[in-house]
Design a protein around this ligand. Structure first.
Ligand code: CTP
Ligand code: MG
Length: 167
């Protein structure tokens, strides 16, 4: 039981930190560069939109990996694992926006489950591809607890004035 919780927290920490960091960075850095360079897809809509910046992506990967360095020292996760999880998180978040734009949703529009899980699912998929050995129970628990935690922390970020929308 203790090992399970330890594993769950070790995997979640880099993902959650990577996912949350761009919100803070966007608040500090007023001039950001959209990943899609402002370009549009064949459907005429933005490829990703202004909510996905290079600064946000890079800071997310860096912050998640930095958490990994601490966890590495504590002996619960290797820094490389945190890097893969953080990169997967930001790629998943970006993919989520790509899908939202294709569905005709504007930047910041809510997309239930997609908003809360795309980052985690791609992070876990990448982790599994690179390292393997993901436990079914830990994976299921992570997928189950992440949407409510995400909704709660986003609401908190909204109340703190960090986000424009409470989701
Ligand atoms: N952010 C960023 N760069 C990223 C990811 C996020 O700058 N790669 C910042 C943006 O300011 C964004 C905020 O973090 O508005 C919240 O992220 P998110 O909710 O994922 O973006 P949305 O604005 O909701 O856009 P989308 O509809 O594309 O998800
Ligand atoms: Mg959003």
């Amino acid at each position: 039981m203790e090992g399970l919780l330890r594993r769950l927290l070790a995997l979640a920490a880099p993902c959650y930190v990577a996912n949350a960091t761009p919100v803070v960075v966007a608040k500090i850095l007023k001039r950001r560069h959209p990943i899609d360079g402002g370009r549009r897809f064949v459907d005429g809509r933005r490829i990703l939109g202004d909510g996905k910046s290079i600064e946000g992506f890079v800071s997310g990967v860096a912050a998640g990996t930095a958490v990994g360095l601490v966890l590495d020292r504590a002996g619960v996760l290797h820094a490389g694992e945190a890097l893969v999880l953080s990169l997967g998180t930001m790629l998943g978040d970006t993919l989520g926006s790509f899908i939202k734009r294709r569905l005709g949703l504007e930047r910041g529009d809510p997309a239930p489950l997609l908003d809360q899980l795309s980052f985690l699912l791609v992070a876990l998929l990448m982790y599994q591809l690179v390292y393997g050995g993901l436990d079914a129970l830990v994976t299921t628990m992570l997928i189950a607890v992440t949407p409510p935690i995400h909704l709660l922390t986003n609401h908190l970020a909204y109340r703190l004035g960090l986000k424009d929308k409470p989701w």
